[in-house]
Design a protein around this ligand. Structure first.
Ligand SMILES: C[S@@+](CC[C@H](N)C(=O)[O-])C[C@H]1O[C@@H](n2cnc3c(N)ncnc32)[C@H](O)[C@@H]1O
Length: 234
């Protein structure tokens, strides 16, 4: 599937421009921070690494854990992963899973129980990320403005990814995918559409699933959609 082929755009479905992200007040950020919890390597240490990946909505942490273990196995100790999940039950499952591994197996992973918007607004103001993963976000069909590329937060996300950095977004919702492609139009100067594709168990039976939700959708034989954007220099 060529990048252009995902542009089945319904221009009436969503407004033309997302609002600019406004950082929450210090009070709101302090309150949020008081409720947050971290596992794995301390963020204060991880953030010193020259290369970083961010996963937003990591669920039970399969993908981030696998990613961090792969980096460690490949000797890429200069690259770390920060994985953020907002739902407590999922984060607890992530914490239990991480606790089954030694620090040698997973040296460069920080898991955070937080709202990714608030956490990123508070912790990151410079382009430090080489890769952002958003895998199977809640599609919220009746609220296309909640698409991550439509959110005001996307302007902040754009600021904290390095030039040449990547954003990978996967979904099982064709509508969500189409709306993301549509929203990308607004970000053409900041992000290049590197790739978009669609696949299923029927077309790629040997596909290695990466997340809990991806496994569920793949096993059901649903079509999966993914787009990859590259951050252009400012
Ligand atoms: C459908 S689940 C997918 C989880 C995982 N990525 C997977 O594929 O198995 C979407 C997840 O995003 C999380 N999420 C949604 N908005 C978030 C936010 N603002 N910050 C952090 N996590 C968020 C939800 O709690 C939920 O666990």
């Amino acid at each position: 599937m060529k990048p252009e082929s995902c542009f089945k755009i319904d221009r009436n479905s969503i407004a033309a421009h997302p609002r600019e992200f406004r950082a929450p007040s210090a009070i709101a950020m302090n309150r949020a921070q008081a409720r947050e919890r971290s596992i794995g390597q301390a963020w204060e240490e991880l953030r010193l690494l020259p290369e970083l990946e961010l996963e937003i909505g990591c669920g039970v942490g399969w993908h981030s854990l696998h990613r961090a273990m792969t980096l460690a196995r490949e000797g890429r100790s200069s690259r770390g992963v920060v994985a953020i999940e907002r739902t407590r039950e999922k984060f607890d499952a992530f914490a239990r899973r991480l606790a089954q591994h030694s620090v040698h197996q997973v040296p460069n992973l920080t898991g955070v129980h937080a709202d990714a918007r608030l956490w990123c607004a508070r912790e990151v103001t410079k382009p430090i990320f080489d890769q952002v993963w958003i895998l199977y976000p809640n599609p919220e069909p009746g609220r296309p403005q909640r698409n991550w590329l439509r959110e005001p937060f996307f302007s902040h996300l754009t600021r904290i990814v390095k030039p040449g950095g990547r954003l990978t977004l996967a979904t099982n919702s064709e509508n969500y995918f189409t709306h993301s492609c549509d929203a990308h139009e607004h970000w053409r100067r900041s992000w290049e559409m590197q790739r978009s594709r669609s696949w299923s168990k029927a077309t790629e039976p040997k596909f290695q699933v990466r997340t809990h939700f991806e496994r569920k959708y793949f096993e059901r034989g649903e079509n999966l959609f993914e787009l990859e954007l590259i951050r252009l220099p400012p």
